[in-house]
Design a protein around this ligand. Sequence first.
Ligand SMILES: [Zn+2]
Length: 283
Amino acid sequence: MNLDATQFLVAAAAGVGGLLVAWAATVPLLRYKEQRAKSRRDHRHRDDAATVVPAVAVLRHARCGACRHDCAATDVAPLVGWRTCRTCGAPAGRWSAGYQLSTAVACAVTVWSFWGAAGLVPVLLLALVVTAVSLVDARLHLIPTRLVQLGLVLGGASIVVASVAVGEPWAIVRAVVGALLVSGFLFVMLVVTRGGIGFGDVRLGLLLGLYLGWLDLRLALYALVVGSLVGVLTGLVGAVLKERSAGRGLRTALTGRSAAFAFGPSLAVGTLLALWCRHWLLG
Ligand SMILES: [Zn+2]
């Protein structure tokens, strides 16, 4: 069997592995914050969750929106759980499908892109953490601090091990510089936009910058540019769709409350794209 065939098979296996990990994590992630009292922030985003999300994931409950059936792992199984609620047959929410599919794709592309490279295991860990963070942020407009901390510990440790293993300990310093640069930039954005992005994004910037700086500091710039573009585009499209479904005009879409969007997933997409396309971007 030649190298490309092996690489393809392992990447496909990583995709299946990612799908299974995401399946196991789906219900806990959909229940994120379920036990806590609702804050003012939750109430502000309640309408968004009710109108944008049609079914399974009613805010912070892994429940069917139609029959209120509390989802178990079997209800969100890949493929069978993506279409309809098993209890009442209502269309299922798109969250579990979107999350499980993007995790599978992220794992497969990471293995393909980092085949034989020191970054393989660290970036796989990053892919698993940022897809989970993106699911929670997209639903609740909230970046789960614990998950980001877990990513920093696992990512930091694997980056140190990988750097020492390939005899490039200085890459660790570059990683720290990258973390400070990206989160510093996001902090400036937080101040300039007066809360247009959240402090959770600044914290997430530490994790993303750690990886970007580790591989090449220039990648941080690409990730931020791509992430911001994706963020602005999805934010605008989302706001316009929502205002149109509410029968209001374009002007309210651009100035109103619905212009608020989750920035975390866009930053994650920008970072993963920059890491995957590093050879092409850096020439
Ligand atoms: Zn149902």
